[in-house]
Write a new protein. Structure first.
Length: 151
């Protein structure tokens, strides 16, 4: 399931909703990404995330489809926020569910690596030093490349 929204999310409520009364799930893996107050030595006061509606959801759905093709997942959830956020606000939630933990862990890492490198979001950071777009990091590209080698 994909959700792209401005509203904050409740991690516990999202996990409970995904789990429901299912007994075929043996393990969940989840990742929550939050806005930091420091980035590259700058004090971040706010971050604005922009995206293209429709294009973003399609890209996230494709990433989820790839994860489901690689691992036996009982379910998956990706929530990504956009709009103006502040330090401490949660940006992204990824939850994967599988019969066994290894698939859940690997799929969760895969989804996050590809969200960082392939999802069409643009981040504008505000700090006391000014405003600037966040550039892609080589370390994120290297993390995503490991999955391409394993395909």
């Amino acid at each position: 399931m994909i959700k792209v929204q401005t509203e904050a999310f409740d991690v516990g409520a999202e996990l409970a909703a995904l789990k429901g009364h299912r007994t075929d799930i043996g393990g969940f893996a989840l990742f929550v990404g939050s806005v930091r107050d420091l980035s590259g030595g700058k004090d971040v006061t706010a971050m604005t995330l922009e995206h293209y509606p429709g294009m973003t959801e399609a890209a996230l759905a494709e990433i989820e489809t790839q994860a489901r093709a690689r691992w036996e997942l009982q379910d998956a959830l990706i929530i990504h926020r956009y709009g103006r956020l502040h330090p401490g606000d949660d940006i992204v939630l990824v939850i994967t569910a599988s019969a066994h933990r290894a698939a859940a862990f690997d799929a969760c890492a895969f989804l996050m690596d590809f969200l960082k490198t392939k999802a069409p979001f643009w981040k504008l950071e505000e700090s006391s030093q000014g405003v600037g777009w966040v550039e892609a990091k080589a370390s994120d590209e290297q993390a995503a490349a490991r999955w391409e080698k394993q395909s």
